[in-house]
Design a protein. Structure first.
Length: 314
């Protein structure tokens, strides 16, 4: 472990990636009192993110009461700005959180740049499946690097998982824990290194078996979700959750597991791949396992077996 780096107080956070998770984490950071800068390599993504932040996200977070001191949307919004470049986003940042494509090569490129541009910042990846250990190879002072995994929607799934890169210092963990707690989140530290962390290891087993049951023709996505919701007394279920996350994201995550799998049957499920190839990505595209913005699972009679809405092409 290299010497000469210790985390200071976190006052400014840079969010790299303005997709679903990036915009929610940035909103949460601003609501928690941090000066927050949001950057994406695609400027239009930042524009879309800011519109959603203004239209609904900050209001949802403030209205949830998860951060008692965040009572005014306007003051929270004043702390959140768009950055025109990666360099300007991370300039002076105490913590940089990455939420880009779930691809190791892409993330390695981003973290090599972050290491160069933000040599004093704590660095975190919000990856939902990739450990931070492979990123440590491109980061100077890797004791400042860790996984910091948030969940969408952040005002409902109020938790964050922290996991080591193999060299993460105790001081870094404590600083990250403080940020998570300031955001109103339950902070869980993964003991050692676990692919999929805690929740996603459990969630993946549920997700894959749900996909298998449908792929093998034993059930419809709607019936899987109905049974799951009734049995576990849950508000959401596997297929509605996959639509929320984005089927392209789900497929990317499955690909990362398959890349290190020892079981030849541990491969992406054809039903999922066909959806992605067709462009049916879930809520973000208007079509996934359900049609959006008014999916059948939101209808009052869904759990009583109300007829599912027909999807395009059926």
């Amino acid at each position: 472990m290299s010497e000469g780096w210790t985390p200071g107080p976190v006052r400014r956070i840079a969010m790299v990636g303005a997709g679903t998770m990036g915009m929610q984490i940035a909103s949460l950071a601003a609501a928690a009192g941090y000066e927050t800068r949001l950057f994406d390599a695609v400027p239009a993504a930042v524009d879309r993110a800011l519109k959603r932040i203004d239209d609904e996200l900050l209001a949802e977070i403030v209205g949830s009461g998860m951060i008692p001191l965040a009572t005014d949307v306007g003051s929270c919004r004043e702390r959140l700005t768009a950055a025109p470049s990666l360099a300007s986003a991370v300039d002076g940042a105490d913590l940089v959180i990455e939420a880009v494509k779930e691809d190791l090569d892409v993330k390695r490129g981003v973290f090599a740049e972050l290491s160069r541009l933000a040599p004093q910042a704590m660095l975190a990846t919000n990856s939902s499946s990739l450990p931070s250990r492979p990123l440590a190879e491109v980061v100077t002072n890797p004791e400042r690097l860790l996984n910091m995994h948030f969940f969408a929607p952040v005002w409902v799934r109020t938790m964050v998982e922290l996991m080591t890169c193999g060299q993460t210092s105790d001081a870094t963990f404590e600083a990250a824990r403080g940020v998570g707690e300031a955001m109103g989140l339950l902070v869980a530290q993964v003991q050692g290194e676990s692919k999929g962390f805690i929740i996603n290891r459990i969630w993946r087993a549920i997700k894959r078996e749900s996909l298998r049951v449908v792929d093998e023709g034993h059930a419809s996505p709607e019936d899987v979700d109905r049974l799951f919701m009734l049995f576990f007394e849950a508000k959401r279920a596997p297929f509605s959750t996959m639509d929320l996350v984005g089927l392209d994201v789900v497929a990317d995550i499955e690909a990362t597991y398959h890349a290190v799998a020892t079981d030849p049957h541990d491969r992406p499920i054809p039903t999922l791949i066909k959806k992605v190839e067709k462009g049916d990505l879930g809520e973000k595209s208007g079509m996934g396992f359900y049609s959006h913005p008014n999916p059948s699972y939101a209808e009052p009679d869904f759990l009583r077996g109300g007829s599912p809405k027909k999807q395009e092409g059926e």
